[in-house]
Ligand binder design. Structure first.
Ligand code: PGA
Length: 305
C-alpha cells in the first residue's frame, strides 16, 4: 500500500467514525417522545362517562418561562374531580416541554394542525402524527381567532379535523357567531348550516369518530371581551347544536357529544354555566393564565353536583 492510499483509508475511517458518533449523539438527543397518559381515544361511545371537559387555551400569550409557571400551577392541582377531564393547549414551541413536565392526569392539546393528509413539503405546518409524537392527545381546530386572522374557512377547519381524527387525535372544533350574526337572526345558519354541517360532511357520522370530537361553542363577541353569554342563552344555543346533531348525524352521537362553552368563563360564572344541562365543558382563555383556572375547575365541580 502506498502512503497516498494509506492516507485515503485513514481519512475514510475517520469520516465513518464522525458520522457514526453524530448519528448516535443525535439519536440520544431525541425527545423522550409521547409521555404515557391515560388514553383519551380508548373511550368508546358506549362506555363514555361524558366527563365535563375543561381546556385551558394559552393562545400565543406565554413564552417559555410563563409556560413553565403554568405547568407548575397545573401540577399543584391535586385530586381532579372524577367527573372532570382537563387539558391545556400551550403554544407549539413548548408542546414537548409541557407534555414532559405536566402531571399525567392532564392532557395536552395543540392549538392548530395542518390539513395535509400526509407528512411532506408543507413548510410551517405540523402534521397530526407529529403532534402525537410530542405528547398531544387533542388539537383545537377553527378557533375564532384563526378563522378571523388566518382567514380559516369552515371547509379548511373541517379538513383539519378530519386529518387529526384519521391520525388518532381528538379534536376540539370551535364554532361561534359574531354579535351582528346573532342580532340579525343568523345564529342557526352560521353555527349549524355552515359550521356543523361542513364538519359533519367531512368527518361523516360514525359514532367512533364522533367519540373523539368535542364542539366548543364560543360566541365571538364573548371571547376575550369579559362579556359572557347568559347561562340561559348559552344553554339554548347548546341545545340547538345538539338538536342539529341529533337530526343530521344521529341521536346517540348527539347525546354522547360534549359541547364546551367558551367566552370569558371565570370563577364567578363557572358554577352556573356548568349546571346547564347541555353545557359539557369549558374552553378558557384569559382565566387559564392564572390561578383562576383552578377555581373554575372547583366551581364547575360544584355546579355539576
Ligand atoms: P376567553 O377565551 O376565556 O379569554 O374569553 C376563550 C377562548 O378563546 O377559547
Amino acid at each position: 500500500m502506498t502512503v497516498q492510499s494509506e492516507t485515503v483509508s485513514f481519512a475514510a475511517i475517520l469520516v465513518a467514525a464522525v458520522v457514526l458518533t453524530y448519528k448516535f449523539a443525535s439519536q440520544s438527543q431525541k425527545p423522550a417522545g409521547k409521555k404515557s397518559r391515560p388514553s383519551r381515544s380508548a373511550r368508546s361511545p358506549k362506555d363514555s362517562t361524558k366527563k365535563f371537559i375543561i381546556g385551558g387555551n394559552w393562545k400565543s400569550a406565554c413564552g417559555y418561562e410563563k409556560s413553565r409557571d403554568l405547568v407548575d400551577m397545573m401540577n399543584s392541582l391535586q385530586n381532579i374531580p372524577r367527573n372532570i377531564e382537563v387539558f391545556v393547549a400551550p403554544s407549539s414551541p413548548f408542546l414537548t416541554m409541557v407534555s414532559e413536565s405536566l402531571q399525567d392526569g392532564i392532557a395536552v392539546a395543540a392549538q392548530d394542525v395542518g390539513n395535509h393528509t400526509k407528512p411532506g413539503a408543507r413548510t410551517g405546518e405540523a402534521f397530526a402524527t407529529m403532534l402525537s409524537d410530542v405528547g398531544c392527545e387533542w388539537v383545537i381546530c377553527g378557533h375564532s381567532e384563526r378563522r378571523q386572522y388566518q382567514k380559516e374557512s369552515s371547509s379548511l377547519v373541517a379538513e383539519k379535523a378530519k386529518v387529526a381524527l384519521d391520525n388518532g387525535l381528538g379534536v376540539v372544533v370551535c364554532i361561534g357567531e359574531s354579535l351582528e350574526e346573532r342580532e340579525s337572526g343568523r345564529l342557526e345558519e352560521v353555527l349549524c348550516s355552515d359550521m356543523m354541517s361542513t364538519l359533519a360532511g367531512s368527518i361523516g357520522s360514525a359514532p367512533q369518530t364522533w367519540a373523539n370530537v368535542v364542539i366548543a361553542y364560543e360566541p365571538v363577541w364573548a371571547v376575550g371581551t369579559g362579556k359572557t353569554a347568559k347561562p340561559a342563552d348559552a344553554q339554548s344555543t347548546h341545545a340547538m347544536i345538539r338538536n342539529w346533531v341529533s337530526k343530521n348525524v344521529s341521536a346517540s352521537v348527539a347525546s354522547a357529544l360534549r359541547i364546551q362553552y367558551g367566552g370569558s368563563v371565570k370563577p364567578g360564572n363557572a358554577k352556573e354555566l356548568a349546571a346547564c344541562p347541555d353545557i359539557d365543558g369549558f374552553l378558557i382563555g384569559g382565566a387559564a393564565l392564572k390561578p383562576d383556572f383552578l377555581e373554575v375547575i372547583a366551581n364547575a365541580a360544584a355546579g355539576l353536583q
